[in-house]
Design a protein around this ligand. Structure first.
Ligand code: G4P
Ligand code: MN
Length: 180
């Protein structure tokens, strides 16, 4: 028996919501963390025109392994090898120092699969818009600007993946005076 796409997406968003249930964003309003993965999936569907179900599922799950007790094996078992592989590709190794993790994102971006690049583009677009909306608690204006500069280096390695998303990112970088 197979499930409808709607049923699969609901199963996926429910799994992500349970995993992120105790997490909040870093904004002063402490927004529930799940707003972020839902927003990333919505950017892909609504703004990127993406209909690939496994990409939308990976977007919903993209921070579960990095930020919760979820394992890649668990995702493979629940959602299959393709979704698990995309999430694996966009997961930073949290055992590494932060600077190294940030450097590796820039280095690895061009070598990611098309599906993983889509999730990365939407993740960056969401986070940059979030930074324009409000500043995370404790972040200085300089740290916000540094995030834009670093994100532009990652996005540079993701080019040629989705014109609509890349145009919107380009506009955000331009507003900050950051060259892509
Ligand atoms: N803009 C913003 N980001 C927030 C907020 N709350 C949590 N975050 C998360 O913080 C991460 C960016 O903050 P950093 O200090 O650079 O990274 P770190 O959490 O890994 O140390 C993003 O992780 P990520 O999604 O894994 O992406 P990435 O930046 O690692 O690529 C983002 O989702 C918020 O209120 N605003
Ligand atoms: Mn994210």
């Amino acid at each position: 028996m197979s499930y409808s796409s709607a049923a699969v997406l609901l199963e996926t968003v429910n799994f992500a919501a349970e995993k992120h249930r105790n997490q909040r964003r870093k904004d002063p309003g402490a927004t529930p963390y799940i707003n972020h993965p839902i927003g990333v999936a919505r950017i892909l569907s609504h703004e990127g025109g993406i209909t690939d179900l496994e990409v939308l599922q990976a977007a919903l799950l993209h921070d579960t392994v990095e930020d919760t007790d979820t394992t890649i094996d668990e995702l493979e078992c629940m959602f299959g090898p393709t979704v698990a592989r995309i999430v694996q590709e966009v997961t930073d190794d949290k055992s590494l120092p932060k600077e190294e993790r940030k450097r590796l994102q820039v280095e690895h971006a061009p070598h990611r699969s098309h599906q993983a690049k889509l999730v990365k583009l939407a993740d960056k677009l969401y986070n940059l818009r979030d930074l324009n909306r409000c500043t995370p608690t404790g972040w200085t204006p300089a740290r916000v600007q540094e995030y834009f500069v670093w994100a532009s280096r990652v996005v540079k390695g993701l080019r040629g993946t989705n014109a609509a998303l890349e145009e919107k990112l380009q506009h955000l970088f331009m507003e900050r005076g950051v060259e892509l």
